[in-house]
Design a protein around this ligand. Structure first.
Ligand code: PHE
Length: 340
């Protein structure tokens, strides 16, 4: 009996050494301690031992069983710990790793300028009206005192769709739509895309304009000038100089052109400002009485002023952009530099 026990013990010692997982521990435990396991069988074999030797044999077998159970329990604890640590390691998150950076977008300079203009002018009481991009010849030209064969039509190279339909060349078309619909006092701002067959470093076949129209009793050129000064200070800063030049538009009388000092050369004269030191930013004037009359507004009772500016041109001035193409190419390296 003693021999058998010793044999079993060394077999068990070998078996313990071979256990490397909870799974194999369970299998081995069943093999020795299970109902039909080797130690259990040893217990059953007590029947064949002479009665007087049984208590002693029982003691030895029980001691073996206790020893084995303790060993299994120890191993179980060790293995569980190892396996748990392995799992922890696998599931570990390194909170010190840098995150996945989400590049943040930026507003297009045109959007920034349009919003800024709207904000400046709505501060002066203007509301926004948006007209259609496909216009009739009437709204774009005739009602603006520019009938067919009027020489001023040559000022803008027009994309015609039919004889009567065209891509609007100016947001001024919106002036007529507003005056037809609303009675004075009128104070509207009309942003939008316009189209002209024109293409170089400072012109694009599609660009954006911002139109303004004020109609009320007693409006004079002084009101226009005061408002333009305020606008120029707000959009370009205190240091930027402006000047008004007499000009011509069929729908305003008198008409003026507003220039700002060149941002590239500071007014000394360079290629961008064509050596003049000034860059034209907008056209304006007092609404021509023919235009008022055509819209059913009595020019004896009311007067008004209108202005129109290129949004791209303002953006170029404001951000020092020297080629208009940059505003249409959509190059992210350029666009991401603008934060609203
Ligand atoms: N519509 C003119 C243009 O596109 C600008 C303008 C608007 C001039 C309003 C006078 C009054 O050039």
């Amino acid at each position: 009996m003693q021999d058998k026990i010793e044999q079993l013990k060394s077999k068990l010692a070998q078996a313990f050494a071979d256990i490397h997982s909870s799974e194999s521990l369970f299998q081995t435990k069943m093999k020795y301690l299970g109902k039909t396991g080797e130690i259990s069988e040893l217990m059953k074999g007590m029947r064949d031992i002479p009665k007087e030797e049984r208590p002693e044999a029982g003691k030895i077998i029980n001691a073996l069983r206790a020893w084995a159970e303790e060993k299994f329990a120890d191993l179980d604890r060790t293995l569980k710990e190892i396996e748990l640590n392995k799992q922890y390691k696998k599931e570990a998150v390194d909170v010190t790793l840098p995150g996945n950076r989400q590049p943040s977008g930026a507003y297009h300079p045109n959007t920034l300028v349009r919003r800024e203009l709207i904000s400046i002018f709505s501060g002066m009481g203007f509301t926004v009206f948006e007209g259609p991009e496909i216009e009739t010849d009437y709204y774009n030209f005739t009602a603006l005192n520019t009938p067919k064969d009027h020489p001023a039509r040559d000022m803008q190279d027009t994309f015609y769709i039919t004889d009567d339909l065209l891509l609007r060349t100016q947001t001024s078309a919106g002036q007529i739509r507003v005056m037809e619909k609303c009675k004075p006092p009128i104070k509207i701002l009309s942003p939008g895309k316009v189209y002209r067959s024109d293409d170089d470093a400072t012109h694009s076949p599609m660009f954006s304009q911002m139109e303004g129209l004020v109609v009320d009793k007693g409006i004079t050129l002084c009101d226009l000038k005061g408002m333009l000064d305020e606008f120029a200070r707000k959009i370009f800063g205190e240091g930027v100089k402006t000047r008004l030049r007499p000009s011509y538009f069929p729908f305003t009388e008198p008409s003026v052109e507003v220039d700002v000092s060149c941002f590239e050369c500071g007014g000394k004269g360079c290629r961008l400002c064509k050596g003049t030191g000034w860059i034209e930013v907008l056209g304006a004037g007092m609404v021509n009485r023919h235009v008022l009359e055509g819209c059913g507004v009595d020019p004896e009772e009311y007067s008004g002023f209108a202005f129109g500016m290129g949004i791209e041109r303002i953006a170029m001035l404001k951000y020092g952009i020297n080629n208009m193409k940059l505003l249409f190419e959509g190059d992210v390296r350029f666009l991401k530099q603008f934060k609203g």
